[in-house]
Design a protein. Sequence first.
Length: 200
Amino acid sequence: MAGFRSLARQVRDPRNDLALRRYSLRKCLERFAPYGHRATWDHLCSRAGFGPEDRSPDPRRLVAALDELEDARAVWLAYESEFAARRRREKHGGLRRPGSVDDWHRLTWGGFGVAWCHDPQVHPRAPLGEVLRRLIAALERKPGDGCPVCGDEQLVWRHDLAHAPSAGAVCQRCGIIVPRPVLTTAAVAGARRARALVSV
């Protein structure tokens, strides 16, 4: 099974036919898809300027989508490397039990679903790398009251998420499931209240 870098080379190789290049870009999302496969594909297509169902997009647009995906992947791999180094230091120092950020990170290892979007057509508009930088910055500071990606405080708690965890606060503006560790207790309570109002 081809890895991300091998698939990326296939996307870039002008000797490959367009169908293979497009297919290889889709396969890259099986290795790294921050919003989930469908939402990440929709995001890349809209940012690069071709339709999700376009079978013969401009090769330059495919490469532009890949460039954005690779930038985001580099951001995430750097975070995972630092995370692993921190956990080694903590274990060496006797801290064996991981915290809430570590529990969240365990569910997103490899970068799949880091900023899962419940609705594949509702996702952040900023470049993927910028979204991940904002999310990582939020994980490294004290919890806040809003979405770490867009800053919106209109969060609604959902119980029917097709992702782990199966319940969480969904940002109504950019669509991500906001990681629990970045939210204050008051923000989570507000999202639960908003859910109750939406349900009525």
